[in-house]
Design a protein around this ligand. Structure first.
Ligand SMILES: Cc1ncc(COP(=O)(O)O)c(C=O)c1O
Ligand SMILES: N[C@@H](CCCC[NH3+])C(=O)O
Length: 417
């Protein structure tokens, strides 16, 4: 049984009917399952038992404080990409010593704060960033722990917008240049070389590119060791895909078994930065059919959720499952385009979905736990949705819906002429 299943003819999140959640918290809203998040984290952690490791949840995938807090309680580390994400992790009770800081545009202020709280490691993405970090660390009289994020030039075979490990991508340091940058790092007084890092892309459904990247990093590590530069940890990033429709990605257990095999006999701590594979299928977006608009060419079901709430279909042409919360048999099923009210042709959540629909029906957009709420915006002055966490029979409102008044509050008119 999964966290979101039909019972008594309607869709439940754990022990709670989604219709009850919609009645209490209104729509659109995001609904997460505590047990699904915890089980997904455990799938990673337990597959790494017996090897020194740290599973750093990629905060960008879902940064709700309650979600981060659940993961912190499980012993997770965190992968952050901004000062804002750092503050979220700290507010959620995450251990600073379990945080890795990725991202190619860290500011001096972000570096300073991360050094002050004592994070585990900076994943440095350029020679310029290394020099800046040295300077900030020297001012604070602290040694900055670093990995270089290496770009291993492997094709992750995923959507071009979420592929990150190719030469032409902006991320990381070209693997051919990495030894030079390590040599420079070894000369710097306030830099402590800890690891090597890579992240080649997201939603990978085949583990071959990960293993190719791993082999390239091992060659780099061996070359550095010959020069006396010792690498203590290997961070393979995130990127493991999930099933949205009919993809068959390896499970964390299957993927990690291959990684462990490739690393047998080596004394390296393993770090990972999974995001999507921990939270995507632990969440749905609940939305209501506002109006039906059948036309000669297409049938449109206009829902109260939109691209500002869930941008994945508009941005990547991503396919997300859409199911009726209470499937009905009193009207005929037909093909509907599920569209939002936003003034963009790209504002659709799904196209040609065979559904039996009436006005007011509730729909659940599946796999919305990752890159859902976090990518939402206020486009068309739409307040961002609520987030609800289900724990067994209980529901917790973990972020309330914004109000229009809140959206207007930060803006000012010009003084009168
Ligand atoms: C540096 C880094 N680490 C981890 C992740 C998480 O990736 P995913 O959600 O695909 O596991 C990303 C996003 O792709 C990333 O850019
Ligand atoms: N936001 C993307 C993934 C990008 C991963 C971030 N590096 C998605 O929804 O699929």
């Amino acid at each position: 049984m999964t966290a979101f299943d039909y019972r008594h003819g309607e869709l439940y999140a754990e022990g709670v009917a989604l219709s009850a959640i919609a009645a209490e918290y209104d729509t659109p809203c995001f609904v997460y399952s505590r047990s699904a998040i915890e089980q997904a984290y455990q799938a990673w952690d337990s597959a790494l038992q017996g090897v020194p490791h740290l599973v750093c949840f990629a905060v960008k995938a879902n940064s709700n404080l309650a979600v981060l807090n659940l993961l912190a309680r499980q012993g997770a580390g965190f992968d952050i990409v901004s000062g804002g994400e750092l503050e979220r992790v700290l507010a959620a009770g995450g251990e600073p010593s379990r945080i890795v800081f990725s991202g190619l545009g860290k500011t001096a202020a972000e570096m300073r704060r991360a050094l002050e709280v004592g994070i585990h490691c900076f994943n440095v993405e350029s020679a310029a960033e290394l020099e800046r970090l040295q300077q900030v660390a020297a001012e604070l009289e602290i040694k900055a722990p670093i990995s270089l994020r290496v770009n291993p030039d492997v094709d992750a075979k995923t959507h071009p917008y979420i592929s990150t490990g190719l030469k032409e991508n902006k991320f990381g340091i070209d693997i051919a240049r990495a030894p030079d940058v390590y040599r420079r790092a070894a000369e710097l007084s306030h830099i402590d070389i800890c690891g090597v890092d890579c992240h080649i892309g997201s939603q990978l459904t085949d583990d071959t590119p990960f293993i190719d990247a791993l082999q390239r990093l091992l060659q780099l590590i061996d070359g550095l060791a010959e020069e006396g530069i010792q690498i203590r940890h290997l961070d393979l990033g995130g990127g493991l895909g999930v099933t949205y429709r009919d993809e068959t990605p390896p499970s964390p257990g299957a993927y990690l078994a291959k990684v462990r095999e490739a690393l047998a006999g080596r004394d390296l701590t393993l770090l990972f930065e999974p995001g999507r594979s921990i939270v995507a299928n632990a969440g749905v977006m609940l939305t209501r059919v506002n109006l039906l608009k059948p036309t000669e060419h297409k049938n449109f079901a206009i829902i109260d959720g939109a691209m500002n709430d869930l941008i994945r279909p508009a941005l990547y042409s991503a396919w997300m499952g859409i199911d009726a919360v209470k499937p009905r048999s009193d009207v005929a099923a037909q093909a509907w385009d599920i569209v939002g009210p936003v003034c963009e042709t790209g504002d659709f959540l799904g196209k040609d979905r065979e559904l039996a629909l009436s006005e007011g029906d509730l729909l659940a957009v599946r796999s919305a736990g990752a890159y859902g709420f976090v990518m939402s915006s206020n486009y068309n002055t739409r307040p961002r949705a609520a987030e609800v966490l289900v724990d067994g029979e209980q529901t917790h409102l973990v972020r309330r819906r914004e109000t229009v008044a809140e959206l207007l509050a930060g803006e000012r008119l010009l003084p009168e002429d």
